[in-house]
Design a protein around this ligand. Structure first.
Ligand code: SAH
Length: 396
């Protein structure tokens, strides 16, 4: 039986030859056979050279996502077990040495599994299947996880709108075992609650782990403002690191409730922490008018950019919060500022922070360049895997 295939337009094999895993609709000249959504298709160049084996997504602009560039590798249940085991194996030394119980096991394209994210929170695995190809292999993925992590609960949090681009409904379901409402993870000697029902993404911002630790050298005896705190990760670290006082701000009431629980979980004195439900844009202005000042400010906003057309508006948003935060810093104060928008490049982000410093009338130095934690690797052939950028800035 000849296999289903996509034949690329002339010249469009270049990115596949460079092992980029996405094949856009415009690159496809014609298809062979009758592939259905999610089926595995062979990818050929215009001159008939075999290039890759990929998942077919007829509804999406990303028409196919490559599973393998190896002609001898079949895409079957074993394939998923191999890829998942290899991804977990790569993280083992880090996880074991650092005693981490919450980490990303599989980072989609960057681990050779496009559309598949798997996070581990203690003994709960949470997966997110974003593409029709990934969705189709759910049973194989679950079987592989059961074999690799015996006794773990397996939960699916595919409640994301991007699935509609693949004509898939957002979906939440528990696939194995009984899901607890929340679970505590350990990182860098700090315990953190993860809300498995209402939590953002798969439950937690695991990508910020190293950056939460990056706050520690600057906080002892200091007054800290943690903006966009979510469940208070940065603030919990700051209090553990000896901060005199931490103010945590978020618009989400349930996130702030968990931030309070995180203080208890780490035996921290609640009188050293204020939890404020307010819009950060408004709060920074209010504090300026009240003459409030801080020694350390963390700015970790949600993704402001989801398309190239929203980049300009996002740049204004980043500039606004950075400008107002810089104004609130005491001399010698530290700003930890982040952007998790993949479309915002490091150089542009740095320029925005420089512009903000200029307008705030503050001289500043960048002390450190930060990125996503090591369990969120970037495949060299898939630079889009790098999305989180951060700067540690000190004002004069
Ligand atoms: N720093 C956190 C993650 C932050 S995620 C950590 O390390 O875990 C971004 C947070 O910003 C979310 O919790 C969201 O509720 C909050 N948020 C979004 N817009 C906001 C706004 N305008 N003002 C305050 N909080 C906001």
């Amino acid at each position: 039986m000849p296999r289903n295939a996509l034949v690329l337009a002339e010249g469009r094999e270049k990115s596949v030859k460079r092992r980029h895993p996405w094949i856009f609709a415009g690159a496809v000249h014609h298809s062979k056979g009758k592939p259905k959504a999610g089926d595995t298709v062979e990818i050929y160049s215009h001159d008939g050279t075999w290039l890759a084996r990929a998942a077919y997504s007829p509804a999406s602009q990303i028409r196919a996502r490559v599973w393998t560039f190896d002609k001898n590798e079949e895409v079957d249940a074993d394939f998923f077990a191999r890829r998942i085991n290899a991804a977990d194996q790569r993280r083992r030394p880090m996880v074991e040495r650092e005693g981490i119980t919450g980490y990303r096991v599989v980072a989609a394209e960057s681990d050779g599994l496009p559309g598949i994210t798997i996070d581990r929170y203690d003994n709960v695995l949470v997966c997110q299947l974003l593409s029709i190809g990934a969705d189709k292999w759910r049973d194989a993925i679950v079987a592989a996880l059961k074999a690799r992590f015996p006794g773990c609960v397996i939960h699916e949090r595919s409640d994301v709108e991007v699935r509609r681009k693949e004509e898939l409904e957002p979906l939440v379901q528990t696939l194995e075992g009984e899901l607890p409402g929340k679970v505590a993870i350990m990182e860098n000697g700090i315990k953190l609650w993860v809300d498995l029902i209402q939590g953002h993404k798969t439950g937690y911002y695991l990508d910020q782990r190293d950056n939460r630790a990056a706050v520690l050298p600057y906080v002892e005896g200091k007054e800290v403002l943690n903006c966009f705190s979510y469940t208070g990760g940065f603030g919990t670290y700051a209090l553990k690191g000896g901060a005199k006082h931490v103010t945590q701000v978020d618009v989400s009431e349930s996130a702030l409730a968990l931030a309070r629980d995180n203080l208890k979980l780490n035996s921290l004195d609640e009188s050293r922490c204020d939890l404020i439900k307010e819009d950060v844009f408004a709060l920074l202005r209010r504090y300026a008018s009240e003459g409030r000042q801080f020694d350390v400010i963390v700015l970790d906003p949600p993704k402001f950019v989801d398309s190239k057309s929203s980049l300009k508006g996002a740049a204004r948003g980043y500039k606004d919060i950075n400008l107002h935060a810089l104004k609130l810093l005491r001399p010698g104060g530290i700003l930890l500022t982040f952007s998790c928008s993949g479309l915002m490049e490091q150089s542009l982000f740095q320029k925005i922070v420089a512009d903000a410093a200029l307008d705030a009338g503050r001289d500043a130095q960048i002390l450190r360049f930060l990125s996503q934690s090591a369990d969120h690797p970037v495949n060299v052939h898939y630079p889009e895997g790098l999305y989180l950028k951060g700067l540690v800035v000190q004002v004069s």
